[in-house]
Design a protein around this ligand. Structure first.
Ligand code: FES
Length: 295
């Protein structure tokens, strides 16, 4: 890996951060609201995390302020641009609050190595917020503080991208399964009905794709087995009865998915679980993994 990649990976190995990381997760669980507000912070209505999209506002306004400060320094009569730069910084500061809350909500359901990286990412953003706040109170040093804050936010944002793409915090971890199972073109024989334990979750395979199956007497319900949140096997979770039928609760972070349509009904997951069309014919269970459902 390149030097830059190695640098970006380094925070994930900082085990010294673990006590702080655990404390930050516990505080988030206590402080952040639950229910619909929490689901909104995660981004469940959109089918993907809200935090990266929300970050556009503080990043965009602070970079705009930086450009205005540069223009103010080099253009004749550019001093008039200092006031809009200050206004944009105030917007960056205000929008950083809900953005941080969304990131903090997602943080609680990450693996320890991801949490370490997220902590460093958050520290960079906290430094940016401190600089932006101080710039609103400063006189001649305000442009310098604004620029320092924006540079810190830029570095933190780059690390956040590394966390999302290199360390897979946020993406849908089950998107590929329908493709592995043949893109929903035909049903696959996944075994005999009598071989499935009655009333318990179990795993079977449709081609290369794992399915989480629940047999109830002569009927069978199923979803893709790999949790869309961070990839746990749902067959290791538990079943609960929801308002619209049975749901499976993930063993790792308690995301809950409805068997009927794969919809997320609890926990940090944002992408719905790929659904499975199941038929029982002549004592054999036939399953077809469908395309990912809508959020
Ligand atoms: S892996 Fe996190 S809720 Fe399933």
């Amino acid at each position: 890996m390149s030097l830059i990649g190695t640098l970006f990976d380094a925070p994930s190995r900082l085990t010294v951060l673990d006590p702080l990381a655990a404390r930050a997760a516990a505080v988030a669980d206590r402080v952040l609201p639950g229910g619909r507000v929490r689901a909104l912070l995660h981004g469940r209505p959109f089918g993907h995390p809200a935090h990266p999209a929300m970050a556009q506002l503080p990043v965009g306004t602070s970079v705009s302020a930086l450009l205005l400060d540069v223009a103010a320094a080099v253009l004749p009569g550019g001093r008039a641009l200092r006031a809009p730069a200050r206004g944009l910084t105030a917007v960056a500061l205000a929008s950083a609050v809900p953005t941080a809350a969304a990131g903090w909500a997602d943080y609680t359901g990450l693996h320890p190595d991801q949490q370490r990286t997220a902590l460093v990412h958050a520290s960079g953003n906290a430094l940016a917020v401190a600089c932006w706040g101080a710039s609103l109170l400063a006189g001649r040093r305000a442009p310098l503080l604004r620029s320092a804050g924006t540079l810190a936010a830029g570095a933190a944002g780059a690390l956040g991208g590394h966390l999302a793409y290199r360390w897979a915090a946020g993406p849908n971890h089950a998107e590929h399964l329908p493709h592995l199972a043949g893109d929903g073109k035909e049903h696959v024989d996944v075994g005999a009905l009598e071989d499935l334990p009655d009333g318990e979750l179990t795993q079977v395979r449709a081609g290369d794709a794992p399915l989480c199956v629940l047999r109830r007497g002569a009927s069978v319900l199923a979803l893709a087995d790999t949790c869309t949140h961070l990839g746990a096997g749902l067959h290791g979770g538990r079943v609960r009865e929801g308002e619209r039928g049975p749901e499976v609760v993930c063993p790792w972070h308690d995301s809950a998915f409805r068997f009927a349509d794969g919809r997320v009904v609890g926990g940090p997951a944002t992408a719905p679980q790929p659904t499975v069309d199941v038929r029982v014919v002549g004592g054999r269970v036939l399953a077809r993994l469908d395309a990912p459902p809508q959020p």
